[in-house]
Design a protein around this ligand. Structure first.
Ligand code: GUN
Length: 283
């Protein structure tokens, strides 16, 4: 029997745990606050932002959106970030990606205060992760690690193969898996004979952004398959990077899309916001 890793249920469990920490902060008059800066009106971003707001609301975390027009200047965006950096009632901040092309995304992301960088994209936070001392780390890789742990799937000594080398998912996840003693291979869209690598994976993570890239012949019997992809098909449905039905029969554990890694990413963002509020207000 293949274990289906229910990200929605695991996310609910994590949010329940966070309620207790939010209550403790409330006793000290502190309500964690998350600000999301959105520039323009990317339809996918709207869905993500709505989900983030709802999850924050569920556990008593204040959430607000600073919506800027699509033609906002770099200076406008930087000013918005600086203003949020200065607010004591905002403990976490994210700038929703993608940003319009006219905006230098790196300059904006690096302007977020390190202690409020709940996406974990700031170079200071990424550097801490490289050295095995993370404080605020990217939410999707954190969510993947939590799913593996909740399902008691061993990591140490296992061969983990990641398809995707982004700074948001592939690279930070590789660092987290390395820290836990996995042997890690990071592939990308140009990897020659990708299947030769994926077939040797005990843990296979697909984060390439290509629908049904991972087919059953690319998966070793009994592998753990984690699907980070969220692709919109021409018929409007969502599909991961994994050919779910075919791969499920070979995997020992697999994440569905939707209802897998996605909800965990959102829950981890709320967790990072609560952690940031605790660290900014040491008792
Ligand atoms: N857009 C898609 N994923 C993400 C994410 O993890 N963080 C931000 N800020 N924007 C995104």
């Amino acid at each position: 029997m293949t274990l289906v890793l229910d990200g929605a249920a695991m996310a609910r469990e994590l949010l329940n745990e966070l309620r207790g920490r939010v209550a403790q902060l409330a006793q000290r008059g502190i309500r964690p606050g998350l600000a999301t800066v959105v520039v323009g009106d990317n339809p996918a971003s709207k869905v993500y932002v709505r989900n983030k707001m709802r999850s924050c609301g569920d556990v008593g975390v204040h959430a607000e959106v600073r919506q800027l027009p699509g033609d906002a200047s770099q200076a406008d965006v930087l000013q918005t970030v600086e203003a949020l950096n200065a607010r004591t009632d905002i403990h976490g901040m994210i700038v929703q990606l993608p940003l319009p092309r006219a905006i230098d995304a790196q300059r904006v992301l690096q302007a977020i205060a390190v202690k409020k960088d709940v996406d974990g994209f700031n170079w200071a936070n990424l550097g801490a992760l490289v050295d095995g001392h993370p404080s605020l780390a990217p939410c999707t890789p954190l969510g993947v690690m939590r799913m593996l742990d909740r399902a008691r799937l061993p990591v140490e000594g296992r061969h983990a193969v990641i398809i995707g080398r982004s700074s948001i998912v592939g690279k930070p996840l590789a660092l987290m898996l390395i820290a836990r003693g996995a042997t890690v291979t990071v592939c990308n869209s140009k990897t020659r004979d990708l299947a030769a690598f994926t077939r040797s994976a005990d843990i296979l993570v697909a984060a390439a952004g290509r629908a049904k890239l991972v087919t059953a012949d690319m998966v070793q019997d009994g592998a753990v398959v984690i699907d980070v992809g969220i692709n919109r098909l021409p018929d409007g449905k969502l599909a991961g990077d994994v050919d779910y039905e075919a791969v499920k029969s070979k995997a020992s554990a697999i994440t569905p899309v939707p209802g897998g890694v996605g909800p965990m990413t959102v829950a981890m963002l709320v967790a990072n916001t609560v952690s940031a509020a605790e660290r900014l207000n040491p008792s």
